[in-house]
Write a protein that binds this ligand. Structure first.
Ligand SMILES: C[S@@+](CC[C@H](N)C(=O)[O-])C[C@H]1O[C@@H](n2cnc3c(N)ncnc32)[C@H](O)[C@@H]1O
Length: 254
């Protein structure tokens, strides 16, 4: 290769290198705008925040899932006073014979309180994505002799519930952890009976005194925004719990 030819090749290589660097830099700075090819509802953050997964949905960063090693916290005795779980269960208006899905059941703190409400003719469908949580739930159900619960190992995308089969879907302190909220809520919508209701229970973001990490709290406005986007209409709120919103929704007509 002659000297000018070599120079030309070198210049072209340098130009290519600069273009590549610029591309990488731009991609990095605008990472928030990048939509993963298979998930147009979501955008990626350049960096996940401390308790988040670095994925945005409807202006909110999705939080990490609470691991099964934290299950003891769910069963802490102080929870009765801190959260008044029986008030929440009573507010649901459950009838004997109802089918209620406890999505993100964890160790079954609420599953066990829902079971007597629907009685032997009803059913609690306890769904979780961690087999370890379901193992704890099974042990707790056996210890308390509760028989009207069906455990379901769901996935990040679906609770694996049969179509049009559920009267009430309860989500306590879990929705903000859904890594695919859009897909989960589409599947939940399908699983609801036509007059079924979905109940979001989330720690109040509006209240700085609620001692819970930021990404594990949600404002009422944010829940209503996301639920409306997913095809649910807001019915009412029950605001008598010390720390959590209880927000009731129905499906909008198809
Ligand atoms: C913070 S715990 C709450 C457990 C229970 N609802 C309670 O209040 O005691 C959240 C649970 O939701 C589960 N979870 C997270 N994403 C889920 C999903 N997509 N489907 C079902 N369960 C999920 C987690 O594995 C975890 O057990």
């Amino acid at each position: 290769m002659s000297a000018p030819q070599h120079k030309q090749t070198h210049r072209t290589a340098t130009l290519l290198w600069i273009t590549l660097c610029l591309f990488i830099f731009t991609a990095e700075t605008h990472a928030e705008d990048v939509k993963p090819a298979n998930a147009s509802n979501y955008t990626a953050l350049p960096r996940a925040s401390r308790d988040g997964i670095g994925k945005m949905y409807q202006g909110r960063e999705i939080s990490q899932v609470m691991g099964h090693l934290g299950a003891e916290w769910l069963e802490r005795s102080s929870r009765v006073l801190e959260e008044r779980p029986q008030l929440l269960v009573d507010s649901l208006g459950l009838e004997p014979g109802d089918v209620v899905a406890d999505i993100g059941s964890g160790s079954g703190y609420f599953t066990r309180r829902l079971a007597p409400k629907v009685g032997p003719s009803g059913r609690v469908l306890a769904v979780d994505i961690q087999p370890e949580m379901l193992a704890l739930l099974k042990r707790n159900l056996q210890r308390e002799g509760i028989r009207n619960v069906k455990m379901i190992l769901g996935t990040e995308l679906s609770p694996k519930l049969p179509d049009a089969s559920v009267d009430v879907v309860l989500m306590v302190d879990v929705y903000h952890e859904f890594s695919f909220p859009h897909e989960m809520m589409t599947a939940i919508r399908r699983a609801l009976k036509p007059d079924g209701r979905v109940v979001w229970v989330e720690y109040r973001m509006e209240d700085p005194l609620v001692p819970i990490k930021r990404l594990h709290k949600m404002s009422r406005a944010q829940v209503i925004k996301e639920a409306s986007y997913q095809g649910f209409k807001w019915v009412k709120a029950y605001e008598k719990l010390p720390r959590q919103h209880v927000l009731f929704f129905r499906k909008t007509s198809d």
